[in-house]
Every structure is written in structure tokens, then in C-alpha cells.
Design a protein around this ligand. Structure first.
Ligand SMILES: Nc1nc2c(ncn2[C@@H]2O[C@H](COP(=O)(O)OP(=O)(O)OP(=O)(O)O)[C@@H](O)[C@H]2O)c(=O)[nH]1
Ligand SMILES: [Mg+2]
Length: 296
């Protein structure tokens, strides 16, 4: 822990909102590195992820969270619990919504009511994706006591510095908790599994990305400097196994190649990636499986 001047500020800032609004894109933009996977499909993020931003005068501990969806399944409940858990100890909360949709968004209002009720920390309404030229974004008339309303593009970075300034102004005086160059507390092993999941989200469709959980079972430094990673991809249905593997193994090979490239970049090392597909029937409904895949 550093000894900062008496006006150094720090705090915990979760980013919550509906699926696909751009929470993970924002945390990557804030940290300046890709620490969270992103896809055009909803419910890409399954865990709470720390992203650290250190400034000369502040350190902000952002938490990316799974998008909040009201579905009653055990799987969705696990995602909601992860998101709700991030609100504990918050010093400021970012509630992200998308520009361009009808606003105020009734779902968003419901989310605000259910999720943010009881939060005593200041809440900033962050309207993302303003680059889409959504001129029709109405002034939010949510009956929610937002501390600020900010408009950004997490993709391009518009408005993000201003958002950071506003966040810092709402944080308490406090120390830095991590070294100035730290970006996350995720292990390389976990991040490798996430990259595999991102490629599954990119390269498969319909229910397959949601059927597939990744467990990194081996992560070892081998001689000649290469890292060997063995991961199992568990699908929830027999019929999904063939779809994920594809004709003559083509799809699994594409997933493996794309993932290996990104993992090599992350680890700055040569990587051997060995992917195995197995069926873990209805894993999304089973506590032990949700635990095994880090969802509980
Ligand atoms: N045009 C535009 N697209 C964006 C912006 N921010 C995010 N996106 C896109 O929106 C999609 C979803 O982004 P994510 O960051 O994965 O969204 P998320 O809120 O983390 O989604 P979940 O993890 O599923 O809850 C991706 O295709 C992003 O490229 C933005 O500012 N502008
Ligand atoms: Mg996400």
C-alpha cells in the first residue's frame, strides 16, 4: 500500500445493467487492456470481474458484472447473485443503459427498482453507445435518484474521461489497494478459460454458447517456454456436442485457433491448447456443476 497525500481517493465501483449494454466494453476501456470478454450476444459475462484504474490522485476498483435478466433458471439466478454481490461495499454504482432504445426503458426501471433499492452509495446513470447516432435519446425521466447522468461510447471512448472525473469526485478519501500497474486480480488460468468462452460466443449460435462451460484443467509451463493448456468444454445436451465440434471437427478447430492466438497475446508466450468436449447433462440446473464452473 502506498502512502498517498491526504486527498487521494479510492473506492469500489460496480457496473450493473441489462445484458449486452456494454459493461465489459467499458471496463476494458477504463483499464486500457482487455480484461473482460465481449460479444454481440447477451449474457457473455458470467462472473464478477475486477478492473483496476489507478490515477495520480485516485484508485478505482471497477467490477464488471453479469447482465441482469429476470429468467427464473438456476443459471440466471447465479448470474444475478454475482451482480448483486458486487453492490455490497460499493462507493459508487454505474447503472448502464443503452442509447437508442426507447427511454425510459421499463425493464431498466424495474432493474433500478429491484437491484438498486437499498444502495446508499451514489448511482450514476451511464447511457452507453451514443456513437450509434441515437439522436432520439430522451432526457431520462426515471423516478430514480441518480447522482449524475452521463453519456458515453465505451467502444470509442467518448465521454469516458469525464465519467472517470465524476466518479472520482464521488469517492471517499482512501488509500490505494493495489500496485499502480495492476489491472485485475484474475489469474491467467481463468482469463485463458474466458478467452475460450469468448470464441465459443463468437463462433456458435442459438443456445450453444449458453450450453457450454469451460474448465481449464491443466495450465503448465513446458520446456522450450511454451505453456500447455488443457480445457474441457462441458455442454448441457448430447445434441450440442456434435454442433460444437462441427463437421470433421472444423468448428472446434476454429475455436481453438482463435483462442490460442489471443491467449498467446495475453501470456506473451507460445501456447499449446488442447480442447475436449464432454456432455455434462443439464449442468446449468445443478449446484455442483455451477460451483465447478465458478458460477456459485
Ligand atoms: N456501437 C457501440 N457498440 C458497443 C458499445 N459498447 C459496447 N458495444 C457493443 O455491444 C455488444 C455488447 O458489449 P458487451 O461489453 O459484451 O456488453 P455487456 O453489457 O458486458 O454484456 P453482458 O456481459 O452480456 O451482460 C458488443 O458487440 C460491443 O461491441 C458502444 O459504445 N457503441
Ligand atoms: Mg459483459
Amino acid at each position: 500500500m502506498n502512502n498517498q497525500s491526504s486527498d487521494f481517493r479510492s473506492g469500489v465501483v460496480p457496473i450493473v445493467g441489462r445484458p449486452n449494454v456494454g459493461k465489459s466494453t467499458l471496463i476494458n476501456c477504463l483499464v486500457g487492456e482487455k480484461i473482460a470478454i465481449v460479444s454481440s450476444k447477451p449474457q457473455t459475462t458470467w462472473n464478477r470481474l475486477l478492473g483496476i484504474k489507478t490515477l495520480p490522485h485516485a484508485q478505482i476498483l471497477f467490477f464488471d458484472t453479469p447482465g441482469i435478466h429476470d429468467a427464473a433458471s438456476k443459471f440466471n439466478a447465479a448470474l444475478r447473485i454475482a451482480a448483486r454481490g458486487a453492490l455490497r461495499d460499493a462507493d459508487c454504482v454505474l447503472h448502464m443503459v443503452e442509447a437508442g432504445g426507447p427511454f425510459p426503458d421499463p425493464d431498466g426501471e424495474e432493474l433500478a427498482r429491484k437491484f438498486l433499492a437499498g444502495v446508499t452509495a451514489p448511482i450514476i446513470l451511464v447511457i452507453n453507445k451514443i456513437d450509434r447516432g441515437a439522436g432520439a435519446v430522451a432526457e431520462p425521466s426515471l423516478s430514480f435518484p441518480y447522482a449524475r447522468v452521463m453519456r458515453i461510447s465505451a467502444l470509442i471512448g467518448t465521454g469516458v474521461d469525464l465519467l472517470v472525473d465524476e466518479i472520482v469526485s464521488l469517492l471517499p478519501v482512501g488509500p490505494s489497494y493495489y500496485p499502480a500497474d495492476a489491472m485485475t486480480d484474475q489469474t491467467e488460468r481463468f482469463m485463458a478459460g474466458e478467452i475460450i468462452r469468448e470464441k465459443i460466443f463468437e463462433l456458435t449460435h442459438q443456445e450453444i454458447p449458453y450450453s457450454c462451460a469451460v474448465a481449464v484443467e491443466e495450465f503448465t509451463q513446458r520446456e522450450e517456454g511454451a505453456i500447455f493448456i488443457r480445457a474441457s468444454l462441458a455442454v448441457a445436451k448430447d445434441s450440442h456436442k456434435g454442433i460444437l465440434i462441427g463437421a470433421r471437427g472444423k468448428r472446434l478447430k476454429e475455436i481453438g485457433q482463435a483462442a490460442r492466438k489471443d491467449i498467446e497475446q495475453l501470456l506473451d508466450s507460445r501456447v499449446y491448447l488442447d480442447l475436449w468436449v464432454k456432455v455434462e447433462k443439464d449442468w446449468q440446473k445443478k449446484d455442483y456443476a455451477l460451483k465447478e464452473f465458478g458460477l456459485m
